[in-house]
Design a protein. Structure first.
Length: 250
């Protein structure tokens, strides 16, 4: 069952700090950086990065219970970095990871960030890709060969959910000849679309039959090496290019 309330905020007590450190250690470092693994790294609860004023260690609370962790690092160049993302096992599979990322994205945008970066584990690359992230190295990204650096641009002024659902702008001329829905709904029609306007336009429009000259057949040119049909196929067409946790890079 999805919780009735979700909150992403800084820890407010020693007990909440202890829970944050426990989730990080158990579900990030012990999983991806065990002592006897290829990339061993011991978790340090007193790491100075957590005390940097530009870095925001955060807890996700579901109905008041600690469900996950995330740290949001704000950079002077307009980037924000999501780090140390993890959910406790009992809170996985219900969309809380996506909700936590959306709230972090909104916090980054409110702080003036223009892009959001993450070091993703291979198993959650698809999770981030579905939310607008694309693989690509960024300044300060993880040097661990297991991590996949990813980033996305933030739509200015739109919350994360609305930014993903924003409609694609219509191409120029695509709506030509269509009535505005608000105008039709209000019972108002443009002057040239009313019955009187249509009749007036028909009366004022010159007859196309009398304006056209008699049809004159055109002689067919002889086909040569430079005729349009002989050049067909000579030109090639253009080519179109195409969470449970992230790496604990500090």
């Amino acid at each position: 069952m999805r919780p009735r309330s979700l909150e992403l905020r800084a820890p407010r007590s020693d007990a909440e700090w202890d829970r944050l450190h426990a989730i990080r250690k158990l579900f990030i470092f012990d999983v991806y950086h065990p002592p006897h693994g290829p990339w061993p790294c011991e978790y340090d609860p007193a790491h100075p990065d957590d005390r940097d004023p530009a870095n925001k260690p955060l807890l996700l609370l579901a109905d008041g219970e600690v469900a996950g962790t995330l740290r949001l690092d704000l950079k002077e160049d307009g980037r924000a970095v999501v780090r140390l993302v993890a959910l406790a096992p009992g809170f996985r599979g219900g969309g809380l990871g996506a909700s936590m990322l959306e709230m972090a994205e909104d916090m980054a945008r409110a702080a003036g960030a223009r892009s959001l970066c993450v070091n993703a584990q291979p198993g959650v690359v698809g999770f981030y890709a579905r939310r607008g992230f694309a693989p690509g190295r960024w300044e300060g990204c993880s040097s661990c060969p297991r991590g996949v650096p990813m980033a996305k641009a933030l739509a200015e002024g739109l919350p994360a959910r609305e930014a993903r659902a924003a409609p694609t702008p219509r191409r120029h001329g695509a709506s030509k000849g269509r009535l505005d829905r608000a105008t039709v709904g209000a019972g108002r029609l443009p002057a040239d679309r009313t019955r009187e306007g249509v009749l007036r336009n028909r009366t004022a429009r010159p007859s196309m039959r009398t304006a056209q000259p008699p049809h004159q057949p055109r002689p067919h040119p002889k086909r040569g090496p430079c005729s349009p049909r002989s050049l067909r196929g000579a030109h090639s067409s253009g080519m179109s290019g195409s969470p449970t946790s992230t790496a604990p890079a500090r």
